[in-house]
Design a protein around this ligand. Structure first.
Ligand code: TZP
Ligand code: MG
Length: 205
């Protein structure tokens, strides 16, 4: 399957985003049809060291069993031990050029929130772009200002062939707007991790 299709329904999470067992939440999301997963164990209440690795291994295994793409957030030292399909970074993280030379064959995703960030970004070395926050979010404490679906339209216009996902405040109700604006997929954290019925949300997204 090509990357644009594989990024269609993209769950991002770490244990800090989960009111119950992350393994169960990922299982339910997979049953609901997610196509990609990002292990983003960071921030307040997140696991460290061995505990982080051990949770990552469980989640990685599930993704492998169900042919769901497995991406790690930021932490390049986890890429090899978890045999990740790729890594997603933001503007403050390791440079994508450096990542590309370290991981020539991994998928590399980069978040871009505005024009200034785009100017600083080596879009030519990444495999996909994350655009957002599209809507308001309270999940990421240091999230930039919401940029709306206009930012997706803009990026799609500039890069017609680059796989693009929208992130930030995405829900079942507004996900259609993100796709209509030109995104190939939608990324969610809280809409799934806090859902009463994760599988149902995943299937309707
Ligand atoms: N990057 C931009 S917004 C965001 C990240 C990781 C958080 C998205 O979380 P939610 O709960 O889907 O709004
Ligand atoms: Mg980051």
């Amino acid at each position: 399957m090509n990357l644009r299709k594989r990024l269609r329904k993209y769950l991002i999470m770490g244990s800090q985003n989960c009111p119950r067992d992350p393994v169960k939440i990922l299982e339910e999301a997979i049953a609901g049809g997610i196509t990609a997963f990002q292990f983003r164990e960071k921030g307040l209440g997140s696991l460290k060291g061995e505990d982080k690795l051990s949770l990552g291994q469980k989640l990685r295994k599930l993704c492998r069993q169900h042919d769901v793409l497995f991406i790690v957030n930021d932490d390049s030292v986890l890429v090899d031990p978890l045999e990740a399909d790729g890594i997603h970074v933001g503007q403050e993280d390791m440079s994508v050029k450096q990542l590309r030379s370290t991981f020539p064959n991994k998928i590399i995703g980069l978040s871009v929130s505005n024009e200034a960030e785009l100017k600083e970004s080596s879009v030519d070395v990444v495999d996909y772009l994350g655009a957002g926050p599209v809507f308001g979010t309270s999940t990421k404490l240091d999230a930039k200002v919401a940029v709306g679906v206009e930012w997706i339209e803009k990026l799609r216009g500039m890069y017609p062939d680059v796989p693009l996902v929208g992130i930030g405040g995405v829900t079942v109700r507004n996900s259609g707007l993100v796709l209509e604006a030109g995104a190939d997929g939608v990324c969610v954290i809280s809409a799934m991790t806090y859902a009463d019925d994760v599988r149902d949300v995943a299937s309707r997204l």
